[in-house]
Design a protein around this ligand. Structure first.
Ligand code: CLF
Ligand code: SF4
Length: 300
């Protein structure tokens, strides 16, 4: 019971982890991480990371100093802003120096803002200590499969420790690293949300199995998101005519998993520079040109 209360407290002000909180609390993303270490068939590198962000959107890239400035400016202007997340435009842990420097600067200057990280998981096991040390209590891993054969249809290659692995070999490395990362988060008592992109005909029937595995490994929340695939986004899936699920198909899979663990159903597939309540887009109000001119009035 005491543990449940503590858990409630840890998610109470996080709009993604708590459905109640998303009506009252806002999050912002800072786009500091341009590089990526894998290729997903639903991604076009010119745009934001589609694992956690809205595909087909280009976010303005910031330096860690600019990102911290932005967090302080917005923290002062939007009092409900409780969380700063890094979710792209590439993979945050493929850009560890930029990502952790940003978190460090924000933690120093605004220690009551929660820090949130979203990753494809490939490099996660290497950074658990750093994540713990910085008090990052919310980490999302995008896990689309627990079977490398299915993985090979989603990930054409994985770049790991200076070598590029293709097909099943790459998908196997990604899978093993994701499982290792998930376990390490649990051991370190860091809350983990898993995002899965539902791709009809590829992993739709497999997601119940993904759900089973991540639940056993201690994930806190599962967010099954629809593939957004438009030919003009120029992704592999977009060009091959792969469709996304209908709302009914998505709900069916979410329902099939929901007896087992907490499912997130209020995700809005935000931009990598999103600002505001979920579903609200105030990113233009705080564009790079504008926020750099503003003075932080953050009240600690
Ligand atoms: Fe951002 Fe993601 Fe943190 Fe939330 S978003 S890094 S966990 S603070 Fe939220 Fe947006 Fe859905 Fe992500 S609604 S895309 S789940
Ligand atoms: Fe694109 Fe994100 Fe996949 Fe990297 S992890 S290829 S940025 S969708």
């Amino acid at each position: 019971m005491e543990r449940d209360e503590k858990l409630e407290e840890r998610i109470a002000k996080h709009p993604c982890y708590s459905e109640d909180a998303h009506h009252h609390y806002a999050r912002m993303h800072v786009a500091v991480a341009p590089a990526c270490n894998i290729q997903c068939n639903y991604c076009n590198r010119k745009y934001d990371c589609a694992n956690e962000s809205r595909p087909g959107v280009v976010s303005e890239l910031l330096t860690p100093e600019q990102a911290a400035h932005k967090a302080l400016v917005i923290g002062g202007k939007i009092p409900q802003m409780t969380v700063v997340g890094i979710a792209g435009p590439g993979d945050p842990l493929a850009n560890p120096e930029k990502t952790f420097r940003t978190f460090e600067l924000i933690a120093e200057q605004a220690p009551d803002i929660k820090l949130c990280l979203s990753t494809n998981g490939l490099m996660l096991p290497d950074y658990i200590d750093r994540i713990k040390q910085l008090n990052i209590d919310h980490v999302t891993i995008t896990i689309n499969m627990v079977d490398p054969e299915i993985g090979a249809k989603i990930y054409p290659w994985v770049h790991y420790r200076r070598k590029r692995y293709r097909g099943i070999e790459g998908a196997r490395i990604l899978h093993e690293r994701q499982m290792e990362g998930l376990q390490a988060l649990k051991d370190a008592d860091i809350l983990c949300k898993v995002n899965s992109v539902m791709i009809p005909g590829i992993n739709d029937h497999h997601l119940v199995e993904v759900n089973r595995v991540i639940r056993e490994k201690g994930a806190f929340l599962h967010n099954i998101m629809p593939l957004i695939s438009a030919p003009e986004h120029g992704t592999h899936f977009g060009l091959t005519g792969q469709r996304g699920p209908t709302p009914k198909e998505l709900k069916e899979v979410q329902d099939n998993c929901s007896g087992n663990m907490k499912m997130m159903r209020h995700c809005r597939q935000c931009r990598a520079d999103a600002v505001g309540l979920l579903g609200e887009d105030r990113s233009q109000e705080f564009s790079k040109e504008k926020f750099l001119e503003m003075t932080p009035e953050y009240d600690m």
